[in-house]
Design a protein around this ligand. Sequence first.
Ligand code: AMP
Length: 327
Amino acid sequence: MNITIARKVLDTIKEYNRIIIFRHFRPDGDAVGSTKGLQRILQLSFPEKEIVLQNCDFSDYLSFLGGEEPLYSEDFYKDALGIVIDTATAKRVSNQNFSLCNKIIKIDHHIDVEAYGDINWVEDERCSSCELITAFYNAMSDELKIDKEAATYLYTGLVTDSGRFRFREVSGETMRLAGLLLDQGIDTDILYANLYMKDFEEFKFQGYVLNNIKITANGVAYIHIDKSTMENFGLTLEQASACVSYMDSIKNSLIWIAFIDTDKEDEIRVRLRSRFVTVNSIAEKYEGGGHACASGATVHNKEQMNALLDEADKLLGEYKKANIGWL
Ligand code: AMP
């Protein structure tokens, strides 16, 4: 861990009475877990400080982790330290008022494409921002406090962003830090029940997805979920978007992609996943980005969807020709 910057971050936190924590829109377990986890650690460690979350959109599926503060007026931000976690670019911050803060710290584990903070702390080898926040606590544990609640938030991101500790970024350090959090007494039965139990409708939707996956010549698995399908199954955009994970273990399909219609007429959310092959270069061409094997993007019509699929298919074909050992 970069201890120099960790020290600088803690010293900066100590300088401010008001700290506002932000994350990216369409939050996932890591975004919610890391922001709520840091908030709780700072509240326990510095009870005299005001430490709030200020975000503009929320996740139903993560609502079991509890709420956030209501939005305050612009004046509230002026003297505050803003800490933005798990967000690669300024454009993706859920609450654009973050830029009104007196000073901004970026803490992230995505590929470092934009240093929008006054202090920028990015460790992209970490499998989650929650891991980075846990490492921060661990390095500064003489000055910081943690409890079961904070540990539960952070463990949520460790589990979800690592695909339950399966992804290649999982290291010995990930497991040691997970152990530190478990030692706080997290109720993993309750946590996993909240994270992984599905409504019956979602199971029926899963059946529909499995029956409708298409596969390109070189093995890219994909599906397009349009608005009427979402309505038929009574799903939110967030629930429908989960379909990308239903395609994650088809032999020969080293890239899998879900296209999901959004509420905007000309906007289709793209979720790209892969094993062995790097897909973020494709995402970057379509208003997106992310990690080597898990990226997001946006397309606006069927032509762009097909062009993106062609590029993915070509990339996979080239990968298969040049490499051995993949399944
Ligand atoms: P998603 O499929 O939306 O869960 O995205 C997969 C990963 O890529 C997550 O870590 C996202 O934070 C990241 N990501 C998604 N969309 C973008 C984007 N437009 N720019 C940068 N990173 C993104």
